[in-house]
Design a binder for this molecule. Structure first.
Ligand code: SF4
Length: 78
């Protein structure tokens, strides 16, 4: 798997707690999503998290609950 996107991650150097909010609720995840929204490798990051079935945290602007939904939708349309 290609990991070169890591070096362009907008979250580099930021406090990891931002990306591991206590809940998946919008209010808790908003700070992380705001950073992801401006990240130039958001798609690669999201695809990576989906591929490894990452359970925790916000990746590619999506919470765990949102990623689970994406996986289900993809299965349905596959
Ligand atoms: S999309 Fe978000 S979590 Fe992924 S690399 Fe960019 S800032 Fe980090």
């Amino acid at each position: 798997m290609n990991h070169t996107w890591h070096s362009k991650a907008a979250c580099q150097g930021l406090a990891p707690e931002i990306f591991y909010p206590p809940t998946d609720d919008d209010a808790d995840a908003a700070a992380a999503k705001a950073v992801c929204a401006g990240c130039q490798v958001r798609e690669s990051c999201l695809e990576f998290a989906l591929a490894i079935r990452e359970k925790d945290g916000v990746w590619g602007g999506a919470t765990e609950r949102e990623r689970r939904r994406m996986i289900r939708q993809r299965r349905r349309t596959a």
